[in-house]
Design a protein. Sequence first.
Lengths: 121, 107
Amino acid sequence: EVQLLESGGGLVQPGGSLRLSCAASGFTFSSYAMSWVRQAPGKGLEWVSGLSGGGGSTYYADSVKGRFTISRDNSKNTLYLQMNSLRAEDTAVYYCAKASTVTTDAYFDYWGQGTLVTVSS
Amino acid sequence: DIQMTQSPSTLSASVGDRVTITCRASQSISSWLAWYQQKPGKAPKLLIYKASSLESGVPSRFSGSGSGTEFTLTISSLQPDDFATYYCQQYNSYSGAFGQGTKVEIK
Protein backbone atom coordinates (compact mmCIF):
# COMPACT_ATOMS: atom_id res chain seq x y z
CA GLU A 1 0.00 0.00 0.00
CA VAL A 2 1.40 3.39 -1.02
CA GLN A 3 1.77 5.79 1.89
CA LEU A 4 3.05 9.36 1.95
CA LEU A 5 3.49 11.02 5.32
CA GLU A 6 4.38 14.70 5.48
CA SER A 7 5.91 16.38 8.50
CA GLY A 8 7.66 19.60 9.44
CA GLY A 9 4.86 22.10 9.15
CA GLY A 10 4.14 24.72 11.77
CA LEU A 11 4.10 28.41 12.62
CA VAL A 12 6.99 30.52 11.38
CA GLN A 13 7.60 34.26 11.24
CA PRO A 14 7.88 36.13 7.94
CA GLY A 15 11.39 35.80 6.60
CA GLY A 16 11.92 32.54 8.44
CA SER A 17 12.70 29.04 7.21
CA LEU A 18 11.09 25.63 7.46
CA ARG A 19 11.92 22.18 6.10
CA LEU A 20 9.16 19.82 5.13
CA SER A 21 9.66 16.07 4.81
CA CYS A 22 7.59 13.40 3.12
CA ALA A 23 8.28 9.78 4.06
CA ALA A 24 7.22 7.38 1.33
CA SER A 25 6.52 3.66 1.47
CA GLY A 26 4.82 0.95 -0.55
CA PHE A 27 6.53 1.62 -3.88
CA THR A 28 10.00 1.88 -5.42
CA PHE A 29 10.64 5.48 -4.47
CA SER A 30 13.48 6.18 -6.91
CA SER A 31 11.37 5.09 -9.88
CA TYR A 32 8.90 7.96 -9.58
CA ALA A 33 9.02 11.73 -9.74
CA MET A 34 7.61 13.56 -6.76
CA SER A 35 6.07 16.98 -6.30
CA TRP A 36 4.88 19.40 -3.65
CA VAL A 37 1.45 20.95 -4.13
CA ARG A 38 -0.01 23.53 -1.78
CA GLN A 39 -3.44 24.86 -0.95
CA ALA A 40 -3.93 28.19 0.78
CA PRO A 41 -6.91 28.39 3.15
CA GLY A 42 -10.13 28.36 1.14
CA LYS A 43 -8.24 28.39 -2.17
CA GLY A 44 -7.42 25.96 -4.95
CA LEU A 45 -4.48 23.69 -5.59
CA GLU A 46 -1.14 25.21 -6.62
CA TRP A 47 1.77 23.14 -7.90
CA VAL A 48 4.91 24.28 -6.07
CA SER A 49 7.85 22.12 -7.13
CA GLY A 50 8.76 18.79 -8.63
CA LEU A 51 11.78 16.60 -9.22
CA SER A 52 12.50 13.51 -11.23
CA GLY A 53 12.97 10.03 -9.82
CA GLY A 54 16.74 10.28 -9.81
CA GLY A 55 16.64 13.83 -8.50
CA GLY A 56 18.57 15.23 -11.45
CA SER A 57 15.79 17.47 -12.74
CA THR A 58 14.07 20.00 -10.51
CA TYR A 59 11.33 22.51 -11.29
CA TYR A 60 9.71 25.35 -9.39
CA ALA A 61 6.69 27.61 -9.66
CA ASP A 62 7.64 31.23 -10.25
CA SER A 63 6.09 32.12 -6.89
CA VAL A 64 8.72 30.12 -4.98
CA LYS A 65 11.72 30.11 -7.32
CA GLY A 66 14.89 31.18 -5.53
CA ARG A 67 13.34 30.67 -2.09
CA PHE A 68 12.35 26.98 -2.00
CA THR A 69 14.55 23.96 -2.72
CA ILE A 70 13.21 20.49 -3.41
CA SER A 71 15.34 17.42 -2.85
CA ARG A 72 15.07 13.72 -2.18
CA ASP A 73 17.05 10.98 -0.46
CA ASN A 74 16.29 7.78 -2.30
CA SER A 75 18.17 5.74 0.30
CA LYS A 76 15.71 6.99 2.93
CA ASN A 77 12.62 7.09 0.67
CA THR A 78 12.12 10.70 1.70
CA LEU A 79 11.23 13.89 -0.16
CA TYR A 80 12.10 17.32 1.22
CA LEU A 81 11.14 20.93 0.69
CA GLN A 82 13.43 23.57 2.17
CA MET A 83 11.51 26.81 2.41
CA ASN A 84 13.43 30.05 3.04
CA SER A 85 12.40 33.71 3.12
CA LEU A 86 8.86 32.70 3.92
CA ARG A 87 6.03 35.13 3.27
CA ALA A 88 2.47 35.37 4.52
CA GLU A 89 1.25 34.21 1.11
CA ASP A 90 3.12 30.91 1.59
CA THR A 91 0.60 29.98 4.29
CA ALA A 92 -1.03 26.78 3.08
CA VAL A 93 -1.43 23.08 3.50
CA TYR A 94 1.48 21.46 1.69
CA TYR A 95 0.90 18.07 0.09
CA CYS A 96 3.51 15.74 -1.29
CA ALA A 97 2.32 13.88 -4.34
CA LYS A 98 3.68 10.83 -6.16
CA ALA A 99 3.90 11.17 -9.93
CA SER A 100 2.78 8.37 -12.22
CA THR A 101 6.17 8.18 -13.95
CA VAL A 102 9.87 8.84 -13.31
CA THR A 103 9.61 12.25 -15.02
CA THR A 104 7.72 15.25 -13.68
CA ASP A 105 5.35 15.64 -16.64
CA ALA A 106 2.91 13.24 -15.02
CA TYR A 107 -0.31 13.10 -13.10
CA PHE A 108 -0.38 12.43 -9.36
CA ASP A 109 -1.75 9.05 -8.37
CA TYR A 110 -1.10 9.27 -4.63
CA TRP A 111 -1.13 12.16 -2.18
CA GLY A 112 -0.11 12.60 1.43
CA GLN A 113 -2.49 13.97 4.05
CA GLY A 114 -0.80 17.39 4.03
CA THR A 115 1.05 19.50 6.57
CA LEU A 116 0.02 23.04 7.48
CA VAL A 117 2.51 25.88 7.19
CA THR A 118 1.47 29.19 8.75
CA VAL A 119 3.60 32.26 8.16
CA SER A 120 2.68 34.96 10.63
CA SER A 121 4.22 37.29 13.19
CA ASP B 1 3.41 28.62 -18.87
CA ILE B 2 0.23 26.73 -19.62
CA GLN B 3 -2.85 28.12 -17.89
CA MET B 4 -5.91 26.03 -17.06
CA THR B 5 -9.40 27.52 -16.78
CA GLN B 6 -12.36 25.63 -15.38
CA SER B 7 -16.05 26.46 -15.65
CA PRO B 8 -18.27 26.89 -13.85
CA SER B 9 -16.64 27.83 -10.54
CA THR B 10 -19.69 26.57 -8.65
CA LEU B 11 -22.40 24.21 -9.75
CA SER B 12 -25.64 23.47 -7.90
CA ALA B 13 -27.19 20.12 -8.70
CA SER B 14 -29.46 17.43 -7.31
CA VAL B 15 -28.88 13.75 -6.73
CA GLY B 16 -29.42 11.93 -10.00
CA ASP B 17 -28.50 14.92 -12.19
CA ARG B 18 -26.03 14.68 -15.05
CA VAL B 19 -23.19 17.09 -14.37
CA THR B 20 -20.56 18.43 -16.75
CA ILE B 21 -17.47 20.46 -15.86
CA THR B 22 -15.28 22.08 -18.51
CA CYS B 23 -11.55 22.68 -18.46
CA ARG B 24 -9.71 24.71 -21.07
CA ALA B 25 -5.94 24.92 -21.61
CA SER B 26 -4.19 28.03 -22.89
CA GLN B 27 -2.38 25.89 -25.46
CA SER B 28 -2.67 22.37 -26.73
CA ILE B 29 -1.84 19.69 -24.18
CA SER B 30 -2.85 16.72 -26.36
CA SER B 31 -4.56 14.33 -23.91
CA TRP B 32 -2.27 15.03 -20.97
CA LEU B 33 -5.03 15.98 -18.55
CA ALA B 34 -6.11 14.60 -15.20
CA TRP B 35 -9.15 15.20 -13.00
CA TYR B 36 -9.19 15.10 -9.20
CA GLN B 37 -11.91 15.17 -6.56
CA GLN B 38 -11.29 16.87 -3.23
CA LYS B 39 -13.50 16.87 -0.15
CA PRO B 40 -13.07 19.36 2.71
CA GLY B 41 -10.04 18.64 4.86
CA LYS B 42 -8.89 15.79 2.63
CA ALA B 43 -6.20 15.31 0.01
CA PRO B 44 -7.22 15.29 -3.66
CA LYS B 45 -8.11 11.94 -5.20
CA LEU B 46 -7.30 10.99 -8.78
CA LEU B 47 -10.37 10.24 -10.90
CA ILE B 48 -9.32 10.43 -14.55
CA TYR B 49 -5.95 10.52 -16.35
CA LYS B 50 -4.97 10.92 -19.98
CA ALA B 51 -8.22 12.84 -20.46
CA SER B 52 -10.50 9.81 -20.49
CA SER B 53 -8.89 6.89 -18.61
CA LEU B 54 -10.71 5.98 -15.40
CA GLU B 55 -8.48 5.39 -12.40
CA SER B 56 -8.89 1.97 -10.81
CA GLY B 57 -11.65 1.90 -8.21
CA VAL B 58 -13.39 5.06 -9.45
CA PRO B 59 -17.10 4.56 -10.19
CA SER B 60 -18.04 4.32 -13.84
CA ARG B 61 -20.46 7.25 -13.54
CA PHE B 62 -17.36 9.44 -13.87
CA SER B 63 -16.07 9.96 -17.39
CA GLY B 64 -13.71 12.33 -19.15
CA SER B 65 -13.37 13.48 -22.72
CA GLY B 66 -11.54 15.97 -24.90
CA SER B 67 -8.15 16.67 -26.37
CA GLY B 68 -6.07 19.63 -27.40
CA THR B 69 -7.38 22.57 -25.39
CA GLU B 70 -10.91 21.62 -24.32
CA PHE B 71 -11.87 18.89 -21.89
CA THR B 72 -14.91 17.80 -19.91
CA LEU B 73 -15.58 15.78 -16.79
CA THR B 74 -19.05 14.24 -16.67
CA ILE B 75 -20.84 12.61 -13.77
CA SER B 76 -23.68 10.67 -15.32
CA SER B 77 -25.89 10.46 -12.23
CA LEU B 78 -24.79 12.55 -9.27
CA GLN B 79 -24.59 10.66 -5.99
CA PRO B 80 -24.50 12.09 -2.43
CA ASP B 81 -20.81 11.16 -2.16
CA ASP B 82 -19.99 13.26 -5.24
CA PHE B 83 -20.58 16.66 -3.65
CA ALA B 84 -17.02 17.97 -3.62
CA THR B 85 -14.61 20.22 -5.48
CA TYR B 86 -13.15 19.02 -8.77
CA TYR B 87 -9.84 20.11 -10.30
CA CYS B 88 -8.29 19.54 -13.69
CA GLN B 89 -4.52 19.37 -14.09
CA GLN B 90 -2.36 19.47 -17.20
CA TYR B 91 0.78 17.37 -17.31
CA ASN B 92 1.98 18.17 -20.79
CA SER B 93 4.81 20.15 -19.17
CA TYR B 94 6.68 19.87 -15.91
CA SER B 95 4.68 22.48 -14.05
CA GLY B 96 1.50 20.44 -13.64
CA ALA B 97 -0.76 23.49 -13.49
CA PHE B 98 -4.23 23.07 -11.99
CA GLY B 99 -7.51 24.68 -12.88
CA GLN B 100 -9.07 26.88 -10.21
CA GLY B 101 -11.60 24.23 -9.22
CA THR B 102 -15.34 23.62 -9.55
CA LYS B 103 -17.39 23.17 -6.40
CA VAL B 104 -20.39 20.88 -6.84
CA GLU B 105 -23.04 21.85 -4.30
CA ILE B 106 -26.37 20.38 -3.31
CA LYS B 107 -29.25 22.19 -4.98
